[in-house]
Design a protein around this ligand. Structure first.
Ligand SMILES: [Zn+2]
Length: 363
């Protein structure tokens, strides 16, 4: 029988969301398969991790280091959201090269464009085709609590009707940005996903299902403006918010990691010292050290890389430090992710979310 593989990235699903919500089908997958807490890629943001999961490689190989990026040579800023930035094949491409059929489903249209190389069929919940709307109901707003359940219903239908050999599905984290794990809205959201997942598994118990996340989520209470912190010591720089994307409503572009582009690169050592003693900063690195430590691509991460502590997000504010109330991610504190494996024919140990595709045997 041909192999059927489904890989799911539940955006923002830190392990605490699973602990707080009764999720019998995820429990069943874990009991009959395996459950581990693994690590996301750092910075713990969506695009970097989705591309890592779908390629099975770290950013040093695939090149996606941020949602948003400043080209040092041209000075041009852009969103890293189209497939031209991805420097190695996705599992969908590799599967297709072996004659397998493939499908890609995402909540956000932008993520679809980043990941869709090699997809025979692709669909985003944000802009679905008319046929899917006829089959499972009207498309949901990207910030609607039903966007991910809608996407899972679409996934189930695609699996039933097209039966692709390899499918990748990625949700959106709007609900996790809004609600803590123990809030009723969160619990309902996880239960809705769990229930459709149970149906998907029962439809074909021979399908291998791999479920992980791109990052977790933390409540943040402190905002820090790194550009102002450097300027107060006489250093001009741009601090690029790694989390920045076009869907700003849920996190206001405030995230727990930042790339620093210095106007005068010779001031790197001095700037590093200032940042390392700055409030809210847990660690700061020269770009080469950061690239080595976190498997990043040195020429796509600016001059310095800064990680916040658990309470801190970086952004542009009136003063260096301000109180904020936002749920966000990007730092080391949102790097724990579940890795649930069901129906795999071989046993593996998974340390990082991208080990799933790395160990699938579709090369
Ligand atoms: Zn995400």
């Amino acid at each position: 029988m041909p192999r059927k593989v489904l890989i799911i990235c539940v955006d923002g699903l830190g392990p605490d969301y699973l602990h707080k919500s009764p999720s019998p089908n995820l429990d069943r997958m874990a009991a009959e398969g395996s459950f581990q807490i693994g690590q996301s890629v750092i910075p713990s943001v969506t695009n970097v991790n989705n591309v890592s999961i779908i390629t099975g490689k770290p950013p040093s190989v695939h090149g996606i280091t941020s949602n948003y990026y400043l080209d040092h040579t041209t000075g041009r800023e852009s969103y890293m959201e189209s497939a031209e930035y991805v420097l190695c094949p996705t599992v969908l491409q590799r599967a297709r090269a072996q004659g397998m059929s493939t499908a890609l489903l995402t909540a956000k249209q932008k993520l679809l464009r980043l990941l869709d190389t090699g997809a025979d069929y692709s669909l985003s919940a944000e802009k679905p085709d008319k046929q899917m709307i006829r089959e499972i109901g009207p498309a949901q707003d990207i910030y609607s609590p039903d966007i991910n359940p809608w996407l899972f219903r679409a996934l189930r239908l695609v699996l039933q009707e097209r039966n692709p050999d390899v499918a990748y599905c990625s949700t959106t984290d709007g609900m996790m940005h809004k609600y803590a794990p123990d809030q009723e809205e969160s619990i309902r959201h996880i239960q809705a996903l769990d229930s459709i997942l149970g149906e998907i598994i029962d439809d074909n118990t021979d399908r291998e299902v791999y479920l992980t996340a791109d990052h977790g989520m933390s409540a943040k209470s402190r905002g820090v403006d790194l550009e102002k912190a450097l300027r107060s010591e006489g250093i001009e720089a741009r601090a690029i918010p790694i989390i920045k994307d076009r869907y700003v409503a849920h996190h206001q572009n405030l995230g727990g990691a930042s790339y620093i582009y210095l106007q005068d690169e010779s001031l790197g050592e001095e700037a590093l010292g200032i940042l390392q003693s700055c409030v809210g900063v847990e660690a700061a690195y020269h770009c080469e050290a950061a690239a080595r430590r976190f498997d990043l691509m040195a020429d796509r991460i600016g001059d310095l890389f800064v990680l916040g502590d658990q309470q801190t997000v970086f952004g542009q504010f009136e003063t260096v430090e301000v109180p904020v109330a936002v749920r966000s991610h990007g730092s080391l504190h949102e790097s724990a992710v579940p890795i649930i494996v069901y129906g795999s024919r071989t046993e593996h140990t998974y340390h990082r979310n991208f080990d799933i595709v790395g160990q699938l045997g579709i090369d």
